[in-house]
Design a protein around this ligand. Structure first.
Ligand SMILES: [Zn+2]
Length: 261
């Protein structure tokens, strides 16, 4: 478990690293070997990059929150820049919007706020924790996803299945999910469900998992977000079943519908 004080100071930076840097940095409890003699009064953690390399980070306990954020942002910015460079992404991060292709923004404490600063103009560009993705990033293949996040194809698919189980409604107004499964051979999420307005029938929905949304996508960049969006699609699909395209009916009586109906 991360110290709550440290976690609170880290969360706006982690947000920016995901939203604008397109990277998942996994910050966890400090590994002892990163700090031979920890100094009392400091909070320590280890930041893991997608390729599995770890770096120790630290900040004085008890500092005002914005000062802790600015201090940790400098450490995580260096880790993110190196990780982006290794993933063959631009190492100019976060890029200064006023001077494109020129320099990254620098974290600073201005009027007791933690901000990203243009080092050339000295202008505060954005509060740390509010960076947005520069553009909609393309969906990723399993190989691209792993090189960006360190999450393997099998891990992502298992996590999406778990998220769907958590997020999808049980008995709802329109229908009821009977089962979730993973078709590992074809990388499909397989959902079998009933619809109250079509009693006695079973329907199936096979959702292709790849290409997956880019992790910087604010709606679907996490498996939980994606599962929420899929659950909304399923509710729409149930409502629209009379018009949905049936692909086939299998020997167990499940009517498979077109996922792109
Ligand atoms: Zn600038």
């Amino acid at each position: 478990m991360l110290d709550p004080e440290l976690e609170a100071a880290l969360s706006p930076i982690i947000h920016d690293v995901i939203a604008s840097g397109g990277l998942l940095l996994d910050v966890r409890e400090s590994e002892p070997h990163f700090w031979r003699s920890p100094v009392p009064g400091y909070l320590y953690a280890t930041a893991w990059a997608p390729d599995g390399s770890g770096t120790g980070i630290s900040v004085p306990a008890g500092w005002p929150r914005p000062a802790q954020i600015a201090e940790l942002a400098e450490q995580l910015r260096e880790i993110a820049i190196e990780a982006r460079w290794r993933a063959e992404m631009s190492a100019t991060w976060p890029e200064c919007p006023t001077h494109p292709n020129s320099h990254p923004l620098e974290p600073a404490l201005v009027s007791e706020r933690a901000v990203w600063l243009c080092p050339k103009s000295g202008e505060a560009i954005a509060e740390i924790g509010t960076l947005k993705g520069e553009e909609d990033e393309d969906d990723l293949s399993a190989e691209e996803y792993e090189s960006l996040t360190g999450v393997s194809k099998a891990e992502y698919e298992a996590a999406l299945l778990e998220a769907a189980r958590r997020v999808f409604p049980g008995p709802a107004l329109e229908g009821d999910v009977q089962s979730f499964a993973l078709d590992q051979a074809e990388s499909m999420l397989v959902v079998v469900f009933t619809a109250h307005h079509l009693p006695g029938r079973l329907f199936g929905w096979r959702v292709p998992i790849w290409p997956a949304p880019h992790p910087s996508d604010r709606m679907t960049g996490t498996v939980d977000g994606l599962a929420v969006v899929l659950s909304v699609h399923l509710m729409e699909l149930i409502n629209d079943l009379p018009h949905a395209v049936r692909l086939s009916t299998d020997e167990t009586g499940v009517e498979w519908v077109d996922p792109t109906w």
